[in-house]
Design a protein around this ligand. Sequence first.
Ligand SMILES: [Zn+2]
Length: 283
Amino acid sequence: MLIIDTHCHYNMEPLFSGQRFIFDLKDDDPLLQMSWQDHWQNAQAKGVVGAVVVGTMIETSDLAIKIAQSEPNLLATVGVHPIHAHETTLKQLDQAAIIWQQKEIHAIGETGLDFFRLDRSSEEFEEIIQQQKEVFRWQIKFAQQTKLPLIIHVRDKTERAYQETLAILKDELTDNQPFVLHCASGSKDYIKEAIELGAYLGFDANITYPKAQDIRDLIKGAPADRLLIETDAPFLPPQNHRGKVCEPWMIRQTAEFVEQQLNLDLDQIFQNTQKFFKHDFVK
Ligand SMILES: [Zn+2]
């Protein structure tokens, strides 16, 4: 079983250096004594042969690059997550891009639209959305310039972010520009349209949640050659670890679930991953 974690954050706490960050960890929690190198070793012990370390802002993108420089099968991406878009200017991105272009990176993102936690009654709501869209369009263009795939994050309580994502993609994407909808969610029609535009779909441990039948239906309905798996660690632990920090080794459970419960071919998913990131993980 060859597993690649196509979306995780060794560049974020507590995985990076055992700091609590937003997680409520007791003083004796072993995670506080661990660094990303320990987590990467634990993942490898469970059959993980590679991982994509995803940037979420300029600082975490720089950290992803730093991590990837020391491990050939850890790939870095650079980008600004939609929830950080309003605190990032296009000028800052232009400056970061000058440096990023000189480094080894394998994708752009995570970028996209996320209206999930926004206060819709706030005066700033529409302004924040506009900022997310600008930063999203910038990253699509940067992916075109660098000829790299895009990692897209979309989340909303309504259809709006999903529909606006499709509109932006139709407007900006060039032919055959590869992109993945990471932690895929949304309506069947939206996913169908995205697949027609060329989307790959990334699935996480939430496929193991009893109430996530809609997500299981999406993965079962998708073309086999467009599927990827990921953890999004430190977020989204599998069902038997809910409420805890998701550690990268836990992708093993997602992989086993995909194979045993959903009857999907992990070898095909591995091939999809190599093709999408243009990287040979087993040379
Ligand atoms: Zn992420």
